[in-house]
Design a protein around this ligand. Structure first.
Ligand code: IPD
Ligand code: CA
Ligand code: CA
Length: 267
């Protein structure tokens, strides 16, 4: 019998772990019994973020003990032999979660030698599992997905991600540009789901001045595998320090990149 493909095992494991972690987050969300704190202004942290990340880290470590781990909430662990690294956001959309808004998800990606091999996002409220494998396509609850066929910003919908890291004036400029070019701007508070929705053709684009790897790596693979365009997020120190991000339907690439003029992202 042939040995199982190790990355296929990781793809399957990521989906099972995302579902289990999402069920935990959904249970705690329904109870609404958790403490809410802040890491900084507008930067919510609940005890469920830590609990969920611990569960994910434990499951992945038990199955793949030599893999590295980068999570939003806990100290990272490099892969001892330069092998696969898991990149995890236990709850993306924490501000929504903390305020009782049912729009958040678990995001799990696996990177090997500079390539995103596996990307899984689970929205436990809608029971939607987005999963992509490099070269193997992108799926929503098992059915293939693809980006929209938009070719012009007019009539398109673009999520403009917000955080305090990039500053208010840069955000206003980005929003202004998106709106001036005729797109309808959105902000829903979960970057991971925002980019996954581009993969599913529910939105035409997503832009943000700075986003971290745990927020977007899984969704980036989804968009690529769904046929879309994504800026080179892993350039430089993107994996550890984050980068700007543009993700969109393939027909919008030129229009969106030149409309928003984000430094460092060129055609
Ligand atoms: C944030 C959300 C938000 C995005 C920020 C992220 P968190 O993550 O994804 O939509 O704009 O860049 O930091 O705090 O909800 O995990
Ligand atoms: Ca996040
Ligand atoms: Ca988070």
């Amino acid at each position: 019998m042939r040995d199982a493909d190790p990355m296929q095992l990781r793809w399957l494991a990521a989906q099972a772990v995302a579902r289990e972690a999402g069920a935990l987050a959904r249970r705690r969300f329904s109870d609404a019994s958790f403490e809410v704190g802040f890491k900084g202004p507008h930067d919510y942290l609940t005890e469920v973020d830590g609990e969920t990340e611990e569960l994910i880290a434990a499951r992945l470590h038990a199955a793949f003990p030599r893999d590295g781990f980068i999570g939003e909430e806990t100290a990272g662990r490099p892969a001892p032999d330069g092998g696969a690294v898991w990149v995890v956001d236990p709850i993306d959309g924490t501000a929504n979660f903390a305020r009782g808004i049912p729009h958040f998800c678990v995001s799990i990606a696996c990177v090997l030698e500079g390539a995103i091999e596996v990307g899984v996002i689970y929205d436990p409220v809608c029971d939607e599992l987005f999963a992509a494998r490099r070269g193997g396509g992108a799926f929503l609850n098992g059915a293939p997905i693809k980006t929209s066929d938009a070719t012009s910003l007019a009539n398109s919908s673009v999520e403009v991600g917000w955080n305090l890291r990039a500053g208010a004036s840069k955000y206003i400029d980005l929003l202004r540009r998106v709106a001036l070019w005729g797109a309808s701007p959105f902000r829903t508070g979960s970057g991971a789901l925002g980019v996954a929705y581009v993969a599913a053709g529910r939105r035409d684009g997503y832009v943000e001045h700075h986003i971290n790897a745990w927020d977007c790596l899984a969704a980036i693979l989804l968009v690529k595998e769904a046929g879309g365009y994504v800026s080179d997020f892993l350039a430089g120190e993107g994996l550890t320090k984050g980068n700007p991000l543009i993700a969109c339907a393939p027909g919008l690439k030129e229009a969106l990149v030149s409309a928003v003029e984000i430094p460092g992202i060129v055609l």
